[in-house]
Design a binder for this molecule. Sequence first.
Ligand SMILES: Cc1cc2nc3c(=O)[nH]c(=O)nc-3n(C[C@H](O)[C@H](O)[C@H](O)COP(=O)(O)OP(=O)(O)OC[C@H]3O[C@@H](n4cnc5c(N)ncnc54)[C@H](O)[C@@H]3O)c2cc1C
Length: 487
Amino acid sequence: MSQQEKTVDVLIVGCGVAGLSAAVTALEGGLSVLNLERATPDDFGGGSRWTEAYMRMKNDSEVSDDFEEHFANNAGPNLDLNVLQAVSSGGYEHWPSYVKAHPFPDPELIAKFADSVPGTISWLKGFGLKFEPQPIYLLTQNTTRIAAQGGGLKLIETLREKALGLGGEIAYRTTAVDLLRDDSGRVIGVRAVGPDGIHKTILARNVVLASGGYQGNQEMMTHYIGPKAKNIRPVATGGYYSRGEGIRMALAAGAAPAGEYGSYHAEPVDPRSSMAEAVVFIYPYGILVNTEGKRFIDEAPGTVDAHYDNISRSFADQPKGLVYVVFDSKVEDIPRWKTSIRSDIPPLQANSLADLAKQMNVSAEALQATVASFNAACPPPPKEFTPFQIDHCGTKEISPPKSHWSRSIDKGPFYAYPIISSNCFTFGGLKVNTDAQVLTQDGHVIPGLYAAGETVGIYHQVYTGSTSVLRGLTFGRIAASHMVRTK
Ligand SMILES: Cc1cc2nc3c(=O)[nH]c(=O)nc-3n(C[C@H](O)[C@H](O)[C@H](O)COP(=O)(O)OP(=O)(O)OC[C@H]3O[C@@H](n4cnc5c(N)ncnc54)[C@H](O)[C@@H]3O)c2cc1C
C-alpha cells in the first residue's frame, strides 16, 4: 500500500559527500531538505565513508595544472570530430541536441567543475575541515594531490552534523526506487521503501540523485561491463549500497546517459584481505603473472598513478580474474616500499621460485620459465637505481615489454601477492548541465531533477585520479546553489 508523506523543497537520494554537500548548501539557502539513505546511521555514506579523499589539487585553493587537460585527453575513444567542432564553434545554446546529450565530459561542464573546486573547499574549511598534502601509497606520481584530513568519514560526519543542525532530516534504511512526475514531465518526488518494507510517496519540489554508481549491483555490472563482472568486487563495503537505482530511474524518465558505461575505476587489491582498499602497488618493481604463470601486460609503462587504472582493469580479463605480483628481495633497495601495500596479509614468501609457485597454486615450470625469459630480457642494471623516477630501463625483445625498472628477479627470498581488479566506482552515469540539472536524450532539462557525485557520468578511458570526491562535493553544491537561486 502506498503512503503519502510530506512535501519538502529538496529531496536528496543518498548521504555521501554529494548528497550531504547538496543538503547543507540547500539548508543554508533556506530550503527544507530530506535525505534518503538506504544504510543505517552507523554505516551511512556509501563509498565516501571509506575514502582517504585525495584531491587533484596543488594546494587548498588551486586544482592541479593538468585537471581539465586530463579530462580532455580521456573524453572518449574515437570522439566524433563533428561533436568537437560544434563545441568549439558556438556557445552552448547553439549546440545541436545530440551534442548537448553526448556522453562525453563536455568542456563547459569540466571547466565549471574545476572553477567550483576552490570555492567548495573554502566553504568546507569554514566547518573546520582541513586539506593538506598527505603521504600516499603511490610511490611515483605525475600530478599533485592533497587530502582531506580525516578522509571521507570526517567529511560526511561533519556535513551530516551541519545538515542536522540546520534542520535537515535524514530517513535511514529508506531506499528510493522510482521517480514521480507530473503531466508536464516535472519531477515531483520519489517512491521509496522504508525500513518496514512498505512503499511510500515523498513529494518534493526538487530531487537530487546522489546515490552513487552501480558497483554494488551485479546485474548492472554484468549488463554494462560483461561476464568478467563476476571477477570484480567493490573496493570497500560501502560500494554494496550503490545499486544503481538513481541512474536507472532517471534513464527510465528519459535522461541521457554519460560516462563510459562499460568501465569502472579499478584498484589492485589483495583478495585475501577484508579491509577496505587493501591495495598492492608494488608491481612496477616486479612482474605480474596470471594463474598460468604467464606475464600479460607491461607492469611499468610510466608512473604508477597514470597507469594503475588500466592495469588493474586488465586483471579481470585474466583466468579466474586473479593475478600475482612476483618480486625478489631486491625490493629492499626501495626506501619505504611497504607504504605501497595496504593489505594486512603478508606476502607469500619462499626461498625458491618453485616453492613460491606451489604457494601460488601455479605451475612451477611455467613460473620459472617466465622469470627466466624476463630476466634474459632485462638490460644491464643502471649505474643508479631510481625507484621514485621512471628510469627507461626497459626490457628488450620480450612481449609484453616492461618499460621501466626492469631488474632481474633472482635474489631470494622471493615474494608474491595475489591481486584482483576491484571496483572503486563505475563510470556510467547521467548527463547534466553546468547547474547539475539532468538532461534528456534531446538535451532538454528534466525540470526538478538534479544529479551529483558518481550518479553524474564524466569519466571515460582512464580515470582522472583524485577527482571523484571533488565531483561529489562540487556537484552537490552546484545543484543546491541552483535551487536556492531559482526558489
Ligand atoms: C576505498 C575508496 C577509496 C577512494 N579514494 C578516493 C580518493 O582518494 N579520491 C577520490 O577523489 N575518490 C576516491 N574514491 C571515490 C570516491 O570516494 C567516491 O566516488 C565518492 O566519495 C562518491 O561520493 P557520492 O556521494 O557520489 O557517492 P557515495 O559516497 O557512494 O554515496 C552514495 C549514497 O547513496 C546511498 N544510496 C544508494 N542508493 C540509494 C537509494 N536507492 N536510496 C537511498 N539511498 C541510496 C548510499 O547508501 C550512499 O549513502 C574512493 C572510493 C573508495 C570506496
